[in-house]
Design a protein around this ligand. Sequence first.
Ligand SMILES: [Zn+2]
Length: 407
Amino acid sequence: MKFVAFIESIIIAISCFFGSIFNLPDKNVQNLIEQNGGFIYGICHPNEDYDTLADAGLKWVRFDIPCPFDKNGNIRNDYLKFKERCKGYADHGFKVMAVTPYPRDIISDMGFNPVDDIERTKEIAVFLYNDLKDIAGGFQITNEMGLVGFMHPLTIEEAAFYIGSQLEAITEEKAKNNESFPIGYNSADLIQVSRELHKLMKPYLKYCDYVGIDLYTGNQGDAEPKDYAKKVKKLYRLTGKPIIIEEFGFWSAGGKKSAEEKAEILGIYGYSTETEAIADGENFINKLPWQFRNTLSLEHPDEKAQWAELVFSSYSNHFYGETSEKTINNIPHTPDGQAEYYKAVMTELKKLNCLAGMIIYCNQDMAACFACGHSWCPFETKWGICTIDGTPKPAYYAVKEVITGTK
Ligand SMILES: [Zn+2]
């Protein structure tokens, strides 16, 4: 049996290698697309404006599943609200790509480390599957493991075990009734930690209907649309699985800040220079929004004395809301530039036979950056293809045109 499995894996590797080079059709990708009523076009963090979403040709939405139980094993209100939300989308013909809970949330909300009690973790995965399979469209088993902020406090080996065990448990449950419900995991781009994750996930790939990837190539840095295709093909060769882009996007605002603009931002905090702010130490840190302090304590817990300096080095971009001027095809971070990005990247990606879906990040802008709390920071505020109040931006119409062929 082991020999047969080995030969099978060699055949898959060879066919994916040539398949990626010559862009050959893959029956697993075609099946996944057919089973789900067409290519997966989706959007993250949607609002409840079902008509506007549907009008753009979007059929999937993606958001997180909160922990289902509290520390005493009772069902949590957050989870019940999530289910209601899922039902709302299902009733309007959408499928939900539901992201299962992060390890840190299981620890804080349910009171146990998910890898220390893997049987309990599997039971919860099976519970979520049975409870949601009729109102969700598929699962992404947690998100971007490998990145410290998301993986905390697991190691990458534990993260792979955490993901793989859930995939295995759900696959066994699906097999009981011969059900087809897409499950997979995803990674942050193909950076080193993600490549490590894919390596560790190899024994569990047999349980995956797809493998996901988040790509923000060229949001900051030189790139071309074909770089997206290159990364998707590389992941296909690495895993031999249909690929879904779980997140991709481009800010509608950004770029360099002038000296005057920077001085104005320092002035909001009551300083005229960075040196003055750093010298004020803890007092300065206490003036920052709580989100900024939260990020510092999560990412630099043992360097509290250096936090003020870090604000103007590692986090200077968040402090001032400044981004690199280099972008994909030199497209500017403007509402029209964002539209140009979606048109160019989605058109390129549509050609790929190994791709089963792409999910836009995200539906609407946010009032404040969740990493620094600043309203003027585009990093987590300007991803939306709609404004905060849900008004479509030029990017919305670009997305609609690529998906539906109509403006
Ligand atoms: Zn920020």
